[in-house]
Design a binder for this molecule. Sequence first.
Ligand SMILES: NC(=O)c1ccc[n+]([C@@H]2O[C@H](COP(=O)([O-])OP(=O)(O)OC[C@H]3O[C@@H](n4cnc5c(N)ncnc54)[C@H](O)[C@@H]3O)[C@@H](O)[C@H]2O)c1
Length: 319
Amino acid sequence: MKIVITGALGHIGSRLIRTLPERFPGATFVLVDNMSAQRYCSLFDLPTGVDYRFVEADVLTDDPADWLEGADVCVHLAAITDATSSFDRPEEVEAVNLTGAERVARACAANDVAMLFLSTTSVYGPQGDEVDEECDESELAPQSPYAQAKLRAERRLAKIAEEDGLRYVIFRFGTIFGVSPGMRFHTAVNKFCWLASLGKPLTVWRTAYEQRRPYLDLEDGVRAIAFAIEGDLFDNSVYNVVTANLTVRDIVEMIRTSIPDTEVGYVDTEIMNQHSYSVSAVRISGRGFYPQGDPRAGIHRTLELLKGVRTTSTQKAII
Ligand SMILES: NC(=O)c1ccc[n+]([C@@H]2O[C@H](COP(=O)([O-])OP(=O)(O)OC[C@H]3O[C@@H](n4cnc5c(N)ncnc54)[C@H](O)[C@@H]3O)[C@@H](O)[C@H]2O)c1
């Protein structure tokens, strides 16, 4: 079996490339990344005895057929991923996250490779308390250029399936928490852990403290990807993948169990969805996938990684 992973050195990819070989022994793993996120460390100390091939390439300018030939599956992770900063560079985000995905999808279709596309639960902007994959079009209301490009890419994949016979599945991941070798810290939970570890107030969007949102344990995300490949879940559908729906208050309280004097400071943002909502992951459970993650444990592991920072710079460690 040959599995291609684009964006393989990122936060999710750097964990995925270490887990998949355990689930698919003997497979070849082609790791594609343009190094724009500079996660060289993701390639450090890879497990031995695994057939890894790293390709430094850009999904936007290099020909995906070069690395997709002979592959069974492509897990497409490559993207510009910071939703907040996507307001400053919408064209670039659209190019990588939409056109890049389209280029990979067309090459997958041409080479008979099944594609797993990583989208986001940020495509939702529902009016009600809970939303699922069968929601009304009006409940798909992405709030950032990042999420808008993801939704457009989802729709483009459906078109390529019709036109060129692409076989694909879309996973809408909740916001990831949990540690990995190529971890990033600009998503909510990890950023809060970082700030709390430094003894700084958590910067919370003014409207967000009591709003419920979907989160995903990185281990659950990686297990879901392996589950899709194992079970050939390429049914041209969309699946939400979520460990827990939580409020910012819930997350702050979990952090305070490790660092009790963590403070909160409020900031304004352009991403100002006023509604509190949960995202249902019942559809993928119906296929036999159940999340097992624990936000409290994931937060604790992240804070543990940073505890040296806290003890030396703020004298606040109690873990
Ligand atoms: N982390 C989350 O909370 C989350 C939630 C939902 C969906 N997702 C999606 O999962 C995927 C992976 O996310 P992540 O958190 O690992 O992001 P990340 O930013 O850590 O990793 C993305 C990787 O893609 C690479 N890359 C960027 N542009 C590229 C290009 N043009 N060509 C080749 N490689 C390129 C970067 O160098 C980086 O290593 C993304 O598509 C993201 O939108 C992430």
